[in-house]
Design a binder for this molecule. Structure first.
Ligand SMILES: [Zn+2]
Length: 344
């Protein structure tokens, strides 16, 4: 696996682990906050080899003998938390809502089964191997948060002040963003993606848009998305336009009586932001939005949602895949302003 061997200096006391690799799943950004001998890490990588690579890179930034004592999980998806176990004794902070909904997340054992135990010639097994087969789940020990909060939580790392702000439910049930006012930086977790279509498991789309508004209201210069290159406020406004445009497209198709599969295939066929990777995520976004429009208050099933996306991808990119059908519902203009293209 091609991983960075160093951290990128972002601002005073901030270094970014940016594994890149858009067009696939699981390579999440992590932000190291340091001051003197104190260190905190926002999010941990998906498996032990990646986390060990991050720890080695962090070792070149931290003073001798200093170690990460605090972990902040922006949410509890495995690609932001499975490395928690590589920091024994660290305090792990997340929102109360995130901790309460951790049962939604596929466990390391389930991810191992998905990538090894499912039929490789069926859509979900093919997709899981394609996008998650590079990670090692067999030695991951999922470690839950040790401290939770609701609303806002002040975190001090030596001389660096950080504010943890709950913005969920949005991408997940319990998202937070990390605001570093002196560095004019916000670490947004998976409220934001750059380079690929976003994926959101909880929704509704209006909730994620509200979280983006909260981030812009903090007046940052630099925004670290959960995945992909660092963003400017203009990029965040581009993501807002994406979310609002998609909401309009999904609601029109729901009102017209299309099924989730029909609506999603139709929206993808319009070429919606087709410079971005992973268009099959529109299937998940559509299914999640339909749940809200239909008043479904049950727990979302993440593997079932991923299987829907895998079905679409298998038919269009898998063995023997075919081209997408043309659009059947008129499409309003979709602003693309500020949404950057894939950078790596
Ligand atoms: Zn993620």
């Amino acid at each position: 696996m091609n991983l960075p061997d160093g951290l990128i200096p972002l601002a005073d006391g901030l270094h970014l682990w940016a594994p890149g690799h858009t067009g696939t799943w699981g390579f999440a950004n992590c932000l190291l906050i340091t001051s003197g001998r104190q260190a905190a890490l926002v999010d941990t990588p998906y498996d032990r080899p990646m986390t060990e690579a991050l720890i080695a890179a962090a070792g070149r930034v931290l003073p001798d003998g200093a170690a990460v004592e605090t972990i902040v999980n922006t949410h509890v998806n495995g690609d932001h938390t499975f490395g928690n176990g590589c920091f024994p004794g660290a305090e792990i902070i997340a929102t109360r809502a995130a901790a309460e909904h951790v049962c939604r997340e596929p466990s390391p054992a389930q991810m191992h089964f998905l990538t090894h135990g499912t039929p490789a010639d069926e859509p979900l097994g093919w997709y899981a191997r394609e996008h998650f087969g590079r990670y090692r789940y067999d030695d991951v020990r999922a470690v839950p948060p040790t401290r939770t909060f609701s609303g806002r939580h002040e975190l001090r790392v030596g001389g660096v002040e950080a504010e943890l702000i709950e913005v969920g439910p949005a991408h997940s049930a319990g998202d937070l963003v990390v605001h570093l006012p002196a560095q004019r930086t916000v670490c947004a977790g998976d409220v934001l993606f750059q380079g690929d279509h976003p994926v959101h498991w909880n929704g509704p789309l209006a909730g994620i848009a509200a979280a983006c508004e909260t981030i812009l209201g903090l007046d940052p210069e630099t925004v670290v998305p959960g995945h992909g290159p660092v963003m400017s406020p203009q990029d965040v406004r581009g993501q807002l336009a994406y979310l609002r445009g998609l909401e309009e497209l999904v609601h029109a198709r729901h009102a017209a009586g299309l099924t989730v599969a029909e609506a999603a295939a139709d929206i993808i066929a319009t070429g919606y932001h087709d410079h971005l990777g992973l268009p099959e995520r529109i299937v998940i976004l559509t299914a999640v939005e339909y749940r809200h429009l239909d008043g479904d208050t049950g727990e979302p099933d993440l593997v079932h949602l991923a299987a829907r996306a895998a079905d679409w991808a298998y038919r269009h990119r898998g063995p023997g895949g075919q081209g997408a059908p043309g659009p059947s519902v008129p499409t309003p203009a979709t602003p693309a302003e500020g949404t950057a293209a894939t950078a790596d």
